[in-house]
Structures are given as structure tokens and as C-alpha cells.
Design a protein around this ligand. Structure first.
Ligand SMILES: [Zn+2]
Length: 162
């Protein structure tokens, strides 16, 4: 696989190991062969292949060994799906971040030494925590909001580049 950005996104959403497996599958290969090329146990490679398959990034051809009755799987990556997967992953991240941003900007929260609670709960307990007996004070979540906003812009710029 060529694009550096798409590799980064796959590494973030799956793992570097999954990319190594994908890299080996430009032509169809048996899972055992991928495993020996990567010097990994076949069970580990199969687990990664299953993850990749769940995300439609690889496909396989199954053949039955007439002698043993066992199935063998010949795997190949689905070139056309990789970019689509990366974009879908980023869009899901964006949706989650926007929901969090919404929560953080709309809801006033309070905190004591042991927890964060919504305004209603702090008010119900007269702004004193029953567990640690400290006063509930309003949370300053501007740092959290800044973090989310900068993550949103990071992901937007990744999306533009994929
Ligand atoms: Zn408390």
C-alpha cells in the first residue's frame, strides 16, 4: 500500500500488524505463508485476517483438501476497499467527537474530589458530595473542549487528504 496517511489511519484503527498482513496480500496467499513470511504464529495471523475480513478489507477463496477434508483459505486484499474503510473510520470518529463536543458545551457539570456530576444532581445534594463531603464546584471544561476541537480539525484535514 502506498499512501502514508491511509497507513496511519489503519494503524490507528486496527494496528501496525494488520498493515503488515495487508502488505503481504497483493497476490493471493495462504494464511500459513503470510505467517511464516512475518515470522508470526498462524493463529495470530488468522485473527488479524478475520479482523480485516470483518471490515471488508480482504477476501478469501476456500478449498477443501480432498485427502484430509480440511479447508484451506487463500487470502487477498481488496484494494478498492481500503480508502473507503479509512474514510468511514474517520467519519465515525467525527460523529463521536461532535457528540462529545455537544455534551461538553451544553451540559454544565460539577465536580468534587471524587466525581463529576450534572447540574441537577449537584443541586439535589445541595452542592455537597455525600461520599467525599466536599463542595461541588462548576467544572471548567474549556481544556476538554479545546482538545475535542483540535481533534476534530485533525480528522477533518485527514479526511481531505484521503
Ligand atoms: Zn465527592
Amino acid at each position: 500500500m502506498k499512501s502514508g496517511i491511509i497507513r496511519d489511519i489503519l494503524a490507528e484503527s486496527l494496528s501496525v500488524g494488520h498493515i503488515d498482513v495487508l502488505d503481504r496480500l497483493s497476490n493471493p496467499k495462504y494464511d500459513e505463508d503470510v505467517a511464516s513470511e512475518l515470522k508470526l504464529k498462524a493463529t495470530i495471523v488468522r485473527t488479524m485476517l478475520n479482523d480485516l475480513h470483518e471490515n471488508s478489507l480482504v477476501e478469501y477463496q476456500r478449498t477443501k483438501n480432498k485427502k484430509t477434508g480440511w479447508y484451506t483459505y487463500l487470502w487477498v486484499r481488496r484494494e478498492g476497499k481500503i480508502r473507503e474503510y479509512a474514510q468511514k473510520y474517520l467519519k465515525t470518529q467525527l460523529t463521536e467527537l461532535n457528540t462529545r463536543l455537544d455534551d461538553e458545551t451544553k451540559n454544565v457539570t460539577f465536580q468534587c474530589d471524587c466525581m463529576r456530576v450534572p447540574y441537577e444532581l449537584a443541586m439535589d445534594s445541595s452542592f455537597v458530595c455525600a461520599s467525599c463531603e466536599k463542595n461541588f464546584t462548576e467544572c471548567d471544561n474549556s481544556d476538554v473542549i479545546d482538545e475535542i476541537v483540535s481533534e476534530v480539525s485533525r480528522i477533518n484535514s485527514l479526511l481531505e487528504q484521503t
